[in-house]
Design a protein around this ligand. Structure first.
Ligand code: KIV
Length: 306
């Protein structure tokens, strides 16, 4: 390879050298400097471009796409191939943010070798820069890290464990559970995880883990003391058709905006108000004239009045 410049902790985007690419070491540096990390999910080119251009630091192609994009009841059914398809689209839309792909249920729950093979696909075939895996899978995190694949851990309310948890419930509410999640967090950091998502746990527990670890924590329903925050894009803009969770602040009502636009369009079509003459293509005047003359000369062949 050829390294042409060394701009500091992060490299310029190969697509645009004026953009400084967000990397795992750059996020660790943000934690050291006390700068909050912003993260959002995205699943397609259009929204990932918006998210990236707004300066969000990390874009997660979450397996939540099973629910918010594919309309499934939970995250369990989405496949590796479906996640790869969406990760490729997001990759094309992002120039600055770190692109993380969620490993779906079943893709790392068997052997470590299977987990590594699937993780390699996200890096090689879809351009992800890190993978996220749920639960304290310490051995797998160590092997992935040795294989040069950055890993984001995910502890607390891990949606792929919905059946074991008996629903989506806040976790780490007993002293034993608090000790366990803290031990798991330390073990993931020690195994090489570059970041840790903390979901659905009491604020106090997230604060303690955040203070103890040197890697950044990214919270979702884990209070304001994490090093960063992540939300599901569709929750944030009211497109998820789900009851609003306590932590999921709505920043816009895209459903209302889109519904009004769609209804307006339907009315315009029904009233022949769309498209207008200005929104139509026209024949060159010479061709139009010639066609009218032909039609007048041969009235029986005339099909349309021009
Ligand atoms: O899939 C997802 O969207 C996630 C976030 C909630 C962290 O895992």
């Amino acid at each position: 390879m050829s390294i042409t410049n060394f701009p500091g902790s992060a490299s310029p985007s190969p697509l645009d050298p004026s953009i400084t690419k967000v990397t795992i070491p750059a996020l660790a540096e943000m934690k050291r400097q006390g700068k909050p990390i912003s993260a959002l999910t995205a699943y397609d080119y259009a929204t990932s471009r918006l998210v990236d251009e707004a300066g969000i630091d990390m874009v997660l192609v979450g397996d939540s796409l099973a629910m918010v994009v594919m309309g499934q009841e939970n995250t369990l059914a989405v496949t590796v191939d479906e996640m790869l398809h969406h990760t490729r689209a997001v990759r094309r839309g992002v120039r600055r943010a770190l692109v993380v792909a969620d490993m779906p249920f079943g893709s790392y729950h068997g052997t470590v070798a299977d987990g590594v093979a699937n993780a390699v696909r996200f890096i090689k075939e879809a351009g992800a820069e890190a993978v996220k895996i749920e639960g304290p899978r310490v051995a797998l995190v160590r092997v992935l890290t040795d294989a040069e694949i950055p890993v984001i851990g995910h502890l607390g309310l891990t949606p792929q464990s919905v059946h074991r948890m008996g629903g989506y419930r806040v976790q780490a509410k007993t002293t034993d559970a608090v000790q366990q999640i803290k031990a798991d967090a330390r073990a993931l950091e020690e195994a090489g995880a570059g970041l840790l998502v903390l979901e659905g746990i009491p604020r106090e527990v997230a604060a303690e883990i955040t203070a103890e670890l040197t890697i950044p924590t990214i919270g979702i329903g884990a209070g304001p003391d994490c090093d960063g925050q992540i939300l599901v894009f569709h929750d944030m803009v009211n497109l998820s058709y789900a009851p609003k969770a306590k932590f999921a602040r709505r920043y816009a009502d895209a459903a209302a905006l889109f519904r009004a636009a769609i209804e307006h369009y339907r009315e315009d079509v029904e009233h022949r108000a769309f498209p207008s003459d200005e929104e139509s293509y026209h024949l060159p005047s010479a061709v139009k004239k010639q066609l009218s003359e032909d039609a007048e000369a041969h009235p029986k062949q005339r099909l349309h009045k021009i």
